[in-house]
Design a protein around this ligand. Structure first.
Ligand SMILES: [Mg+2]
Length: 229
């Protein structure tokens, strides 16, 4: 096998983040007595959330600002009064660890590759939610390394995030490492930063309008196996 290691993104790649996000928000809305949340509103939340994480990737917001700030922005935009936004986010974080959905057949795929190639997860999520999800989904047991930005203190795509990853993969040439993820700005750019090969998981078949270099563009996770052959 040419590739010796795979670095998997978690949210939106191995796990269906959109689905757990919807369930998590709806559950928090109910808990905090906020009514009238519909699909359109959830879509607007997703936009606010994405904009905040992109600001973090550009270094314009800190992680705590993103986590609570996205709900402040969203509630203000929707004219919703929330008694305690910080508590709302805390509850949401807990729920994201509890409510998760496998994306495609990711668990079976990681199980199949286990022992054949070194597999690690690289994620920008919070420690609490990510550890719970990796354990609960069964993905964690197939990983040779779990790298969470909160523990490292630096986010993807920064090179600092990848230092402990490359330390674990010592002896493997960067171009024999395959980064698989759904985000151009964090996963693929991160892969570019360390000289790894980049596999964009792109189920909606979007166009890459950035300057980020992509080696493979796949719409199904199982296509990773073809790349490895
Ligand atoms: Mg992702």
């Amino acid at each position: 096998m040419y590739y010796q290691a795979i670095l998997w993104d978690v949210d939106g790649t191995l796990l269906d983040f959109e689905k757990s996000e919807r369930h998590g928000i709806l559950s928090c809305m109910e808990e905090f007595g906020i009514e009238g949340c519909d699909d359109a509103m959830l879509g607007r939340y997703a936009e606010v959330n994405r904009a905040c994480w992109e600001a973090l990737e550009r270094g314009e917001m800190t992680k705590p600002e993103v986590l609570v700030g996205r709900f402040h922005r969203f509630f203000a935009q929707e004219g919703i009064t929330c008694s305690d936004v910080k508590a709302f986010n805390d509850s949401y974080q807990r729920k994201l660890g509890e409510i998760f959905f496998e994306n495609e057949d990711s668990v079976a795929l990681c199980k199949k590759l286990h022992g054949k190639i070194c597999q690690c997860v690289i994620t920008n999520g919070t420690v609490e939610a990510q550890r719970e999800k990796l354990k609960g989904s069964g993905l964690g047991q197939y990983m040779d390394g779990i790298f969470i930005s909160d523990e490292i203190g630096v986010e993807k795509p920064n090179i600092g995030f990848f230092r402990p990853v490359l330390e674990l993969l010592k002896g493997i040439e960067p171009n024999r490492i395959l980064v698989v993820g759904d985000s151009l700005t964090s996963d693929m750019r991160g892969g570019n930063n360390i000289g790894a090969k980049c596999c964009w998981y792109n189920p909606k078949k979007k166009k890459n309008t950035t300057e980020v270099h992509i080696d493979y563009d796949i719409s199904k996770l199982c296509d990773v196996e073809k790349i490895l052959k």
